[in-house]
Design a protein around this ligand. Structure first.
Ligand SMILES: NC(=O)C1=CN([C@@H]2O[C@H](COP(=O)(O)OP(=O)(O)OC[C@H]3O[C@@H](n4cnc5c(N)ncnc54)[C@H](OP(=O)(O)O)[C@@H]3O)[C@@H](O)[C@H]2O)C=CC1
Ligand SMILES: CC(C)(CO)C(=O)C(=O)O
Length: 307
């Protein structure tokens, strides 16, 4: 199976390394010093599950040299969706599946007008990883799970083929018939935790048991779930309880990628996370005061550390 991993960062690097190690024909689309390091030293994944060092690593900044592939794992940040979407067109053939793994709930909708409705599936990344230095990806924790599915809920041959490949690569790959629900279940958690932990600049273990902070997780989750239901998403009745339970049992040092970006002084994905909750809340007449406050107070950091 030919795979292109677009954006070889925390998410793309970690999944791509596992797929390549399992024998899949993986090409990484990368750029800058990270690409140069991958080409000269090979991509390295540091993980408690065992390190992987891909030498040599198939990597390029030019999708035209790759041509059509079976699966594009689309792993750039949310602000790069449109530009990277344009760039990958030469790799999208008649049967290619493009699986966007961004957090948030709108990446697939934004990609469809660019690469075509038929190509785009839905995807959720359950992993925590970051670029530690050029050419090196570091994973936190041991979860390597990916949920993906056709947006219309059908069970496709391409979905099944990719699920089989995930199994060979040690990725807990789940082919879902309800990918919109999966995306929103993660959104309840992530949009809330990203803002709370970016504001506190601390990982989950330092916050979830504090009696002054704990209720804000519940309130923030409830706002996102209410917006999702108003938008017509079929969320389970215990969606908030499930999310609270996940948060209670997450590794204490887990910190959302948006908080990592804020601590590094990078751009942050806030407009597509708390910002999206507020935007959709307004659209559907659902109050979102917690996310509105978090969005407003983090907004000065959207383009990086304010000067
Ligand atoms: N990190 C995590 O643990 C998780 C992240 N996610 C989501 O996954 C997405 C990706 O996050 P993450 O892996 O952290 O991001 P990273 O910043 O680590 O990786 C993205 C990479 O894509 C590169 N890139 C962007 N555009 C292009 C392009 N046109 N051509 C080639 N390379 C390109 C970036 O390069 P450059 O630096 O030069 O811009 C960067 O190296 C986000 O939406 C995030 O919310 C989901 C679950 C977990
Ligand atoms: C791993 C997790 C859930 C962290 O909260 C995440 O999605 C992220 O860091 O973006």
């Amino acid at each position: 199976m030919r795979i292109a991993v677009v954006g070889a960062g925390g998410v793309g690097g970690a999944y791509g390394a596992a797929l390549a190690k399992a024998g899949a024909d993986v090409t990484f689309i990368a750029r800058g010093v990270h690409l140069a390091a991958m080409k000269s030293k090979g991509l390295k994944l540091e993980s408690q599950r065992g390190d992987i060092h891909l030498v040599p690593t198939q990597a390029t900044d030019d999708p035209k040299t790759v041509g059509p592939v079976d699966v594009v794992l689309f792993c750039v940040k949310l602000w790069d969706v449109e530009s990277a979407g344009e760039a990958i067109k030469p790799m999208v053939g008649k049967d290619t599946a493009v699986i966007p793994l961004q957090n948030g709930v709108d990446a697939a909708d934004r990609l469809m007008p660019i690469v075509g409705r038929q190509a785009v599936m839905g995807g959720v990344a359950n992993i925590s990883a970051t670029i530690a230095e050029p050419g090196v990806i570091r994973q936190t924790g041991t979860v390597v799970r990916m949920v993906f599915g056709e947006l219309d809920g059908s069970r496709s041959a391409r979905g099944e083929a990719f699920a089989n490949l995930c199994a060979q690569a040690g990725i807990d790959g789940v082919l879902s018939a309800a990918i919109q629900t999966e995306l929103w279940m993660k959104f309840i958690l992530l949009a809330s935790n990203a803002s709370i932990m970016a504001l506190a600049r601390l990982p989950v273990g330092k916050l979830r048991d504090d009696p002054d902070i704990a209720p804000w997780f519940t309130t923030a989750y409830e706002e996102v779930a209410a917006v999702g239901r108003a938008a017509g998403i079929a969320l389970p009745a215990d969606a908030v309880d499930k999310t609270l339970n996940f948060n209670r049992t997450a590794p204490p040092h887990l910190i959302p990628s948006m908080a990592v970006d804020l601590l590094r002084g990078n751009r942050i994905e806030l407009p597509w996370l708390s910002g999206k909750v507020v935007e959709l809340g307004r659209k559907y007449g659902v109050p979102t005061p917690t996310h509105a406050f978090m969005y407003a107070t983090l907004k000065p950091y959207v383009m990086g550390k304010p000067v």
